[in-house]
Design a protein around this ligand. Structure first.
Ligand SMILES: [Zn+2]
Length: 224
């Protein structure tokens, strides 16, 4: 069992998911005696934490990191009959708040397939035509990757919650949508290869054969 600690105040981690070193925590939920939970929460919500991304709260001896200059959202604590409190904090990009750019969706560890908020949030942030019924393959292809990039990454953590990081670059989702409709996309410029005015050339990029457009082929000697 993992613990979260600040100067002798200790609570138990119920769930913890982080996104690498710079962004840090995506979701954190912990449980403990009221005074310990309050002390840890106050520290995590402090201006020092917002300024530097770390504030001397530790999980199993390592500093908890939050993304700098970001105001995390607290899910109000629940009080258990024994007096313990259960509190959760999450990155604003993991909430349903409208916005732009990368977002996170939380899901139960053992539940497969796209979480319910995936499609509405993707649709709100990527300005391309999408239908709700495409959700299963948008999810599948997002996880599978596009040109060695990962539109959707699964972030495993502690406890029963996982987070999926979803990139919202239009070119990635354009490629997925166009490929889903049976077209090929030039990996260099993002244009559809199989249209009347764009013609494709098969080249080898060192690892595999890829189809690029005539224009990109003509522009660079890299392929010849
Ligand atoms: Zn091209």
């Amino acid at each position: 069992m993992k613990t979260i600690e600040r100067r002798g105040f200790q609570s138990i981690i119920l769930s913890y998911v982080a996104d690498g070193w710079s962004t840090g925590t995506v979701f954190l939920r912990f449980l403990g005696p009221e005074n310990a939970v309050s002390a840890i929460w106050a520290r995590l919500s402090s201006s020092e934490m917002r300024k530097s991304g770390t504030c001397g709260v530790e999980i199993d001896g390592s500093d908890v990191r939050f993304e700098k200059h970001v105001r995390y959202v607290t899910i109000p604590p629940a009080r258990l009959p024994c007096g313990f409190r259960d509190i959760a904090m999450l990155h604003p990009r993991a909430t349903a708040k409208p916005g732009e750019g990368t977002f996170y969706v939380l899901a139960q560890q053992d539940v497969e397939g796209p979480p319910a908020e995936f499609f509405p949030r993707l649709n709100a942030r990527v300005h391309l035509p999408m239908l709700k019924e495409w959700t299963p393959w948008l999810w599948e292809r997002g996880l599978a990757g596009v040109w060695r990039e990962e539109p959707i990454t699964r972030l495993d953590g502690t406890g029963d919650v996982v987070a999926y990081k979803v990139l919202t670059e239009q070119r990635l989702w354009y490629a997925i949508i166009v490929a889903g409709m049976g077209f090929k996309v030039c990996p260099t410029c993002g244009k559809c290869v199989w249209t009347e005015d764009v013609h494709g050339v098969m080249v080898n990029d060192g690892k595999e054969d890829v189809l690029i457009c005539q224009e990109c082929y003509d522009k660079t000697s890299r392929w010849r």
